[in-house]
Design a protein around this ligand. Structure first.
Ligand code: ADP
Length: 170
């Protein structure tokens, strides 16, 4: 796998120029706080209209919508697990979020896809562990698939950036 298929940037995912951005959504898919709220605000009210037709989403699974007012053509909504200490299948559910999002990217011939740190805000997943799972799952997928061509991890803080940087440099 070529290393340049993974990129790390620090910033706001709503401003990223990618074919798809991933939303850390909740089971209702009807919007919320954190990155979910920021994405709905930036995409505009038509996003909610489409989300209402999706009838929610299970934890660990992903669904796709248009990007509306975003630069991104698509939004992939994935529902991360709430962290309860690590004994409720949190790791494999988080891995599944990345895998099912990447599966959709492949299905829609998406060249570039940007991920925030799924579950690492209100859902309290430990950030280092989450970044490790994100990178592992993505590397595995890219080694086996041509699409997406590039995955961008978007770190919202300097601390998040350093955490990803360390793992990517290993
Ligand atoms: P969850 O409920 O899955 O934990 P949150 O939205 O609370 O989702 O947080 C997920 C991650 O997204 C956190 O690391 C948070 O710092 C980050 N985040 C929040 N807003 C943005 C944004 N606009 N762009 C990128 N990342 C963001």
């Amino acid at each position: 796998m070529k290393k340049e298929r993974i990129e790390l940037v620090k910033g706001d995912i709503t401003t990223i120029d990618a074919d798809a951005i991933v939303n850390a959504a909740n089971n209702s898919l009807l919007g919320g706080g954190g990155v979910d709220g920021a994405i709905h605000n930036a995409a505009g009210p038509d996003l909610l209209v489409e989300c209402r037709t999706l009838e929610g989403c299970e934890t660990g699974k992903s669904k796709i919508t248009g990007g509306y007012s975003l630069k991104a053509k698509y939004i992939i909504h994935t529902v991360g697990p709430v962290w309860y200490g690590g004994h409720r299948d949190e790791n494999s559910l988080l891995a599944s979020c990345y895998r099912t999002s990447l599966d959709l990217a492949k299905e829609y011939n998406i060249k570039t896809i940007a991920f925030p740190g799924i579950s690492t805000g209100a859902y309290r997943f430990p950030k280092n562990l989450a970044a490790q799972i994100a990178v592992n799952e993505t590397k595995k997928f890219l080694a086996e698939n041509k699409y997406p061509e590039k995955v961008i991890f978007v770190a919202f803080s300097g601390e998040d950036y350093q955490s990803y940087r360390k793992i990517l440099d290993q």
